[in-house]
Design a protein around this ligand. Sequence first.
Ligand SMILES: [Zn+2]
Length: 357
Amino acid sequence: MNEAIAWESVLQRDASADERFFYGVTTTGIYCRPSCPSRKPKRDNVAFFSSIEAAERAGFRACQRCRPNRAKAPNSAVETARSYIDRHISDLSDERITLERLSEQSGMSPYHLQRKFKETVGLTPAQYVRARKSERLKDELKRGETVSRASFGAGYGSSSRVYEDAPTRLGMTPATYKSGGSGAHIDYIIAKTSLGSLLVGATNRGVCAVTLGDNAEVLEAALEREYPAASRKRLTEPWSALRNWVEAVVATVEGAGSRTDIPIDVQASAFQWKVWRELQQIPFGETRSYSDIANAIGSPRSVRAVASAIANNRVAVVIPCHRVVRESGSLGGYRWGVERKRKLLAKERATRGESTS
Ligand SMILES: [Zn+2]
C-alpha cells in the first residue's frame, strides 16, 4: 500500500478507496473507512490496514459512524448496469449503450442511475463505457491486431472514433500494477533535448514516467527508485504508440505545442487525478497559481493538498505542472529543476507569441 496515496484518500474522504483499505487512529483505538465523515485524525496517529481483520488483529474497534465492518449496502441497480456494460463490451457488440438502455435494464431512473453509478464506480456510465473500450482496444493492439480490426473489436463504430475516445480517459482506470510497479513492465526511451536528457517510460496502457535530467544514468536511477519492482527495459527502437508519445513529449519540451491525448498509466488518488486533469486544461503558454487550481477543482481550501499533488507528478510536460507558479509570480519549485521550468515557460510564450502575431 502506498501510504502517501492512502493518506490523501483519507484527507479527501474518497469513497472510491473504501474497498481498498482502512485506517486506524492510535489515539482512539478506532478504525474507519477512508470516506468516514468523522473529524480527520493527525497523520502521525494513523495506521493503515488492508483488511478489517488486520485492523482488528491490531486491537482496533470499528467506528460507529462509518461502520467499516458491515458490508456497504449492495447497490444492485448499479451492479446490473455495470455488468450489462461489461457483457456488451466483451460480446463485441456495436450496439450503442445509452443511459436509457441501462436504466431499463437496472430498473432505476436515468437520473438516479447516473448519480449512483458515479458515486459507486467513480465514473459516469458513459465514462465507464469509454474506459472499458479503451482497455479492450489496448489488449487487442497488444495481441498485434491491426488498428481497424482492433477498433471494431473494441466496439467502436468506426476506427476514427478510436482517436477521439482512446485518450487520457484511460488514466481514469486505476493502474493495473501495484505500488513500486510490481506486476508492470516498463519500456523506456532516452532522448536528447535542449533541456538535457529526457526519459519517457510506458507500460502497454500508457505513459508512466516522463523525466528530465542531466544524463541517462541519473534518469535511469530515478526510474528505478520510482518503480523498483517493475521490470524495465531501455529501447532504441520504440513500438509505434510509444514512438508517437515520445515525439509528442519532445515537441512539448521544445515549445512546439502540447497534446493532452497521451494515455497516462500511473497510480494516483482520485484527488490527484482531479488536480492533474485541471493542469491539462491550462492553455499552452499560460500559467496558473496553486490557488487558481484549488478554486478550479472546487476545493479552494485545499491549496496545500493541490501543491502536494502537483509535486507528485511523475509525467513531466504530459501533465504540465510547469505551468503552475506562485501567487507572487515567482516560479516556485520544479521537480526536474527550476531552470528547466523557466526555459519551458519561455519557449511556450515565444511560440505562442509567434502564432498570435
Ligand atoms: Zn469512521
